[in-house]
Ligand binder design. Structure first.
Ligand code: ADP
Length: 166
């Protein structure tokens, strides 16, 4: 049984993330979406529990996809799944440089761990969680950016942000 791990911050999950998860679910027996606490991203919009809940609601329709959270290192986390492969999306050359470095670091800790990359779908190459957070803060329409299942969560959170910062 082949497991793919799709790691990320998912703050919040976007249609770009979902595209990669869906494609991984077609290629692998099982997909674990792992929401990682990323210490370099300091002020998240959503708590890790909120992010996990939104991802769960979004991927509920895929029977071979599960959701987990981790505050550790991906290379250590992956050890619990025999022969697991990390699957990531690549949007641009800038993603490549970062991901290349991450893969080298991960291999240092866990030499068995392979990372494979799926190229982003053309219509989502511009899309990131930070774009969504920025658009939401200015009250822009989020259709076509985030899954319908979580649109109102992001709108409500952005309204709270505007109230506290406006
Ligand atoms: P973000 O860059 O949006 O904050 P994450 O840290 O949650 O995203 O990224 C998790 C994974 O999802 C990474 O491998 C990233 O390259 C991939 N990813 C993010 N957005 C997209 C997208 N629009 N298309 C394809 N892959 C994406």
């Amino acid at each position: 049984m082949r497991t793919a791990i799709c790691p990320g911050s998912f703050d919040p999950i976007t249609l770009g993330h979902l595209n990669i998860i869906r494609r991984a679910a077609q290629l692998f027996d099982k997909v674990v979406v792992c929401i990682m606490v990323n210490s370099t991203k300091t002020s998240p919009m959503f708590s890790i529990e909120e992010r996990a809940d939104m991802v769960r609601r979004t991927v509920g329709k895929y029977p071979n996809v599960t959701v987990d959270t981790s505050d550790g290192l991906l290379a250590e986390y992956a050890r619990q799944f025999e022969g697991a492969v990390v699957v990531k999306g690549l949007r641009a050359a800038s993603d490549f440089e970062y991901e290349f470095q991450m893969d080298l670091i991960n291999k240092n800790i866990n030499p068995q761990l392979e990372t494979i990359f799926l190229t982003a779908s053309g219509k989502y190459t511009f899309l990131s969680s930070s774009v969504v957070r920025e658009m939401a803060k200015y009250g822009a329409d989020l259709s076509g950016l985030v899954p319908d299942e979580i649109k109102s969560d992001v709108e409500i959170k952005a309204k709270q942000w505007r109230r506290n910062n406006g």
